[in-house]
Design a binder for this molecule. Structure first.
Ligand code: HEM
Length: 153
């Protein structure tokens, strides 16, 4: 059971953080060259519509498997190491940032692109980009902490 929970936990982390890495580091600079420029937000609209359901599922799996590990095999909050407290704290910042991205920025961006309102789409996309940048940095840190923590002195 512990092995299954850890496997689900790490798969969710890989899908979310790896997806953000690809979107931010690889796709973002590549989309810059697409002409006409109005096609760029339309492409992001299609990309995010496919990526965010995976992220939403990953968030639920991370929370579910994380607390199942803590309150199952780890024997409660008092029994976990510093790395799990750090993972949980930074994890909740990531979850809240994603919630804001999904319910505020993504909604605004989707509506603007669907209405062909590219003036409004720009700032909404910038909001998504900022949150993805922050969550990518946090996600890489959390993965490093989560995977290495049990070997800390
Ligand atoms: C509610 C928040 C979270 C809780 C309660 C939680 C809990 C845990 C626990 C108990 C472990 C096992 C630690 C050990 O074996 O010493 C773990 C491992 C791990 N967690 Fe989390 N976690 C949370 C959020 C996250 C997030 C947001 C990420 C990444 C995006 C993440 C990535 C990892 C990774 C990479 C491991 C290492 C797996 C391994 O190599 O064994 N966790 N987590």
């Amino acid at each position: 059971m512990t092995a299954l929970l850890v496997a689900l936990h790490i798969l969710a982390a890989v899908i979310w953080v790896g997806g953000m890495f690809f979107a931010y580091v690889v796709l973002r600079p590549s989309v810059g060259g697409i002409e006409p420029a109005a096609e760029r937000p339309r492409l992001w609209r299609r990309v995010f519509a496919r990526f965010f359901p995976w992220v939403s599922a990953a968030v639920l799996v991370l929370i579910g498997s994380g607390y199942a590990l803590v309150f199952g095999p780890f024997g409660g909050m008092a029994g976990v190491g510093l790395h799990v407290h750090l993972m949980q704290g930074l994890g909740w910042i990531m979850f809240l940032l994603y919630g804001h991205l999904y319910f505020a920025s993504w909604g605004r961006f989707r509506k603007a692109v669907d209405a062909d309102d590219l003036q409004a789409a720009g700032p909404a996309l910038a909001g998504i980009r900022r949150i993805v940048a922050a969550n990518l940095v946090l996600g890489l840190i959390v993965v490093a902490i989560g995977a290495s923590g049990r070997y800390w002195p």
